[in-house]
Write a protein that binds this ligand. Sequence first.
Ligand SMILES: Cc1ncc(COP(=O)(O)O)c(C=O)c1O
Length: 507
Amino acid sequence: MGMRVTKHSQSVIGLLRALNVEASAVPRARPIYRRIVELIDRGIARGSLAPGFRLPPERDFAAALRVSRTTIVAAYRELESRGLARGYVGRGTFVSAKRDGDTPFAWRGKISATALQTTDSTLRDLMRHAADPGIVSLAAGEPALDVFPLEAFRVAMDNVLSRHGTTAWGHGPTEGLAPFRDALAHRFGGSAANMLVIAGAQQGLDLLARCLIDRGDTVIVDRPGYLGALQSFRSAGARMVGWDIARADMGELEDLVLRFRPKLIYTNPTFQNPTGVTISIRARRELIELARRFRVPIVEDETYCELALGSTAPPPALHTLDEDGTVVIRVNSFSKVLAPGLRLGWISAARPIIEQLAIMKQQVDPHTQNLIQLVVARLIEGGMFDRHLGVLRVEHRRRRDALAKALQRYVPDNALRFVVPDGGLFLWCRIEGDVSARDVQQRALEEKVFVVTGEPFYADGGGTRELRLCFTARPTEASVRAARVIATALGDAARAVVHPEPISRIV
Ligand SMILES: Cc1ncc(COP(=O)(O)O)c(C=O)c1O
């Protein structure tokens, strides 16, 4: 029997067309809702209904099939329980996923709507390539791990195990072990009572995002800025507005604050990731003054502040200038000064914030590993940590200079511009001309060299002509080899660019 198309709503027509059936041909065998489910299930399996396809409103579909609305409701419920469809209040029901083989339901369809909004896996890709021995990765930020103070670490570990074994193996306070927090306060300043030990700065940024951001709040972030922070703020529902960190124009920041009334300002003011820029003492003072005047907290990411490579120390940190400790939240990490595999860092902030962060942390990570806290406390107290920093700076300087020189030597015609930074781990490079950073990345990866493009560092678009190269992660010979590959990739990508014919030649 033919379908009288005009009688039905567009959404019903769309569905029936995709399924290649007529309304009257939907099998009437009972229970009817099961037949509807099977029909749609098969349509999804065949690919004629793709994820995102909007199923017809229940009332329209019921009218078209001449069944009760409850039948359609039951069918949609069943599709939801199979993970094949998802209903959104006020928006309708949408195909959500295809069944994974012969399973009772589609796993992807079971993932929460909030979790599905977290899609950016840049950080994970960086970690994966950094750990792949077949790839020379200049992408993830790692210090020179081959000069890690292994012997001092072993001695400290033995000492902890023989003296504090039970503390190491037992539970500990979520805020972190007192001896470690005391060592931190002594070495880095701040009060032990206002610290929360975390499993790396990324955990701290994620906790801060969830602690301080309501969906729709604005956060001012460095432009470009650390991609992991951007990911966490984005997942928390923040609207991000970029502030040009290299220009560090306070007038511009004040305008942004007035216009967007941000919930917080996130900045990495010392040897910034990715640019390597350090903002001046004057800009820092103005930043604190502005934060006070407009009552906006600042999250200061201090991850690179110990990694000066020149002879002059960077200006005092924002938290030092915030003398009464009222507006700055500090986030710090041992990832770039010891090893990222230790997963150790801390937050220092006003007590109410630390209290709330600790409550949130215990839900995902009841406390950071005791063993590592105790060992690093010993390294700090015994002076080994500072000795290691001295070694690291010398090695990092050597690696920075080697990579910069190799790029200058191999890259043709100044096709890559960068400023040699005074600290941190990265060369931030701008590609001249029409070559896309992604193309260069892809070509270099084919030769087993991995670099990261600028795009993930911009919350609001940009970075298509930029590359970030970590100069510390690999010994000089490997990064010089990588520089040659990057130079060749740049040359090949430049040759592949199609230049439009000049108008004068066409007309
Ligand atoms: C500015 C900045 N903050 C935080 C992190 C995260 O470091 P962690 O390994 O301590 O989580 C990084 C790592 O690259 C970073 O560059």
